[in-house]
Ligand binder design. Structure first.
Ligand code: UDX
Length: 434
C-alpha cells in the first residue's frame, strides 16, 4: 500500500519506518529540512531503541523515503497525520496549529477515495471538523486512529500494539475506512490484535482518557507517598500489597518524582480544558492529579536542602535528566526541573544522563554535563537519582562512597534498598519511605 506520513517527530518517524518495514511503500514528510536529511540517511533524530535499524532496513529496501515537499503525498492512498499537539502558550488547551496546517497542506494533493488518518492526540470534536473539510475539498475520507506508543518501546508498540482503535464515519465511508486500515495493519491483525471500530468522538476520547487514567494512577500512588511520609509508612510496600489485587494491578504504581514527557502532562491539562469548554466540571480532579505530580519535585528539592543544610555552593551530582529511562526526551522532565531549581538556588549541579545530556543542554545550558557516572559523583556533597536508568540502579554504596565527598543520597525513583545505603554510612532519603 502507498502511504504518506505527515510529521516526522517521535510519532511520525517511528510510524513511517515501521509501516515501510511491514512492507508498505512510505513517504515521510516534515517541514524541518534538518530532520528530513538525518532520517533520509537512516539516522533517527532522537534516541529510540530499534528505530535506526528499522529505518535502515526500510530505506535499503527502497520502500521508505523522506521529503519536505507536501506534494510528495500525492499518489498515496493513505495519509497519516502525526504532527504534535503541544500545550498552547499561556493556556492549558492543546495547540492545533500543526494539525490544521498538516491537513491544509495535504488538501491540494488528495484524490477522491484517499483516506486521511489522524494519529495525533487531539481534543474531542477535532476529527469531525477536519472530516468535513477533507470531504468538501477533495472527496477523501477521514479516520481517527490514536497511537498509544511509549517512548523507549515505540517500535514494538507500533508493530505489535495492545489494540487498534479506528474512529470512522458512519455508513459506507466508515466501512471503506475500516477496510483500508485493516489492510495497513494486516500483519498485526493476523496475530489476533484486538481492533475496536468506533465513531470519531470515542476514538479521540480513548486516547486522552487512557493517558488521564495512567497519570491519575501515578498521582494516586504519589499522594499515598505524601501520606506515608507523614505517618512513617512505606509506599513501595503499600504499592506491592495493593498491586496484588488484579483489579488494581502493580504497573504504573511506582511512587517517585512523578510523570513528565511530551504526553501525560500536556494531555491531562488539555483534556480538562476541553471538558471546561464543554461546560463540564467532570475532569476538574485532573488539576489535583497535576498538582500532586508537581509537588513531588518540590519534595526532592526540599530533601536535598534538608540533607545539605546549605544548597548554595554545594556540589550536587544529578543522575538522570531524561523524563524516564531509555529515552533522551527532556520535555517536561521532572528530573531536569529539579536539577535547574537546585542550580538556581546556587548549587554546582553536575549532570550525567546516558542519553539525554545533549537534549538537556539545549534547554538548560548552564548546568554541567559529564560523560560518565564516576565523573558526576566525584567530590559530590549529595547524589540525586532522578531517572531510573539500569546503570544507576546497579550502583552499590561502596563505589559511590569512594568518590563522593559527602555520603548523602536522594533516591527519587525508589530503586534502592535504604538499609543497604544506611549501613554504608549514607544519609538516605526515598520518596514515601521511612
Ligand atoms: C505515555 C503513555 O504510556 C503512552 O501510551 C502514550 O501514547 C504517550 O504517553 P510515555 O510518555 O512514553 O507514554 O511514557 P510512560 O512510560 O507512560 O511514562 C510517563 C511518565 O510517568 C514518566 O515520566 C515515568 O517516569 C512516569 N511513571 C511511570 C511514574 O512516575 N511511575 C510509574 O509507575 C510509571
Amino acid at each position: 500500500m502507498r502511504i504518506s506520513v505527515i510529521g516526522c517527530g517521535y510519532l511520525g518517524a517511528v510510524h513511517a519506518a515501521c509501516m515501510a518495514d511491514l512492507g508498505h511503500d512510505v513517504v515521510g514528510i516534515d517541514v524541518d529540512p534538518g530532520k528530513i536529511a538525518l532520517l533520509s540517511s537512516g539516522h533517527a533524530p532522537f534516541f529510540e531503541p530499534g528505530l535506526p535499524e528499522a529505518l535502515r532496513r526500510a530505506i535499503d529496501s527502497g520502500r521508505l523515503r523522506f521529503s519536505t515537499d507536501p506534494a510528495d503525498a500525492a499518489g498515496s492512498q493513505v495519509h497519516f497525520v502525526a504532527v504534535g499537539t503541544p500545550q498552547t502558550a499561556g493556556s492549558d488547551a492543546a495547540d492545533l496549529t500543526y494539525v490544521d496546517a498538516a491537513v491544509q497542506g495535504l488538501l491540494p494533493h488528495l484524490a477522491d477515495g484517499d483516506l486521511v488518518v489522524g494519529k495525533s492526540t487531539v481534543p474531542v470534536g477535532t476529527a469531525s471538523r477536519l472530516a468535513d473539510l477533507v470531504r468538501a475539498s477533495s472527496g477523501a475520507d477521514l479516520a481517527w486512529n490514536p497511537e498509544f506508543l511509549r517512548e523507549g518501546f515505540a517500535v514494538a508498540d507500533t508493530v505489535a500494539p495492545d489494540r487498534f482503535v479506528y474512529g470512522v464515519p458512519s455508513g459506507d465511508a466508515g466501512e471503506r475506512a475500516t477496510a483500508v486500515l485493516d489492510e495497513v495493519y494486516a500483519t498485526a491483525l493476523a496475530t489476533g490484535t484486538p481492533r475496536l471500530v468506533t465513531g470519531y468522538a470515542t476514538a479521540e476520547l480513548v486516547k486522552v482518557s487512557a493517558n488521564a487514567f495512567l497519570a491519575t494512577k501515578i498521582s494516586f500512588i504519589n499522594a499515598m507517598a505524601e501520606i506515608a511520609e507523614a505517618t512513617g509508612a512505606d509506599v513501595t510496600q503499600l504499592a506491592d500489597a495493593i498491586g496484588h489485587d488484579a483489579r488494581i494491578g502493580r504497573r504504573f504504581l511506582n511512587a517517585g518524582l512523578g510523570f513528565g514527557g511530551g504526553c501525560l502532562p500536556k494531555d491531562i491539562r488539555a483534556f480538562r480544558a476541553r471538558s471546561r469548554e464543554l461546560g463540564l466540571e467532570s475532569l476538574d480532579f485532573l488539576a489535583d492529579v497535576d498538582a500532586v505530580n508537581l509537588r513531588r519535585r518540590d519534595r526532592v528539592v526540599d530533601l536535598a536542602g534538608e540533607l545539605l543544610g546549605e544548597v548554595r555552593g554545594a556540589r550536587v551530582a544529578v543522575l538522570g535528566v531524561a523524563f524516564k529511562p531509555d529515552s533522551d526526551d527532556v520535555r517536561d522532565s521532572p528530573a531536569l526541573d529539579v536539577a535547574r531549581r537546585l542550580h538556581a538556588a546556587g548549587a554546582d549541579v553536575v549532570v550525567h544522563d546516558p542519553e539525554a545530556n545533549e537534549t538537556a543542554a539545549r534547554l538548560a545550558p548552564d548546568l554541567t554535563y559529564v560523560d560518565d557516572v564516576p565523573t558526576a559523583l566525584r567530590d559530590a556533597d549529595i547524589v540525586l537519582v532522578l531517572t531510573e536508568w539500569k546503570q544507576f540502579k546497579a550502583l552499590r554504596p561502596a563505589e559511590v562512597a569512594a568518590l563522593v565527598s559527602g555520603r548523602r543520597i536522594v533516591d527519587a525513583r525508589n530503586v534502592f534498598d535504604p538499609a543497604e545505603w544506611r549501613e554504608a554510612g549514607f544519609e538516605f532519603r526515598g520518596l514515601g519511605r521511612p
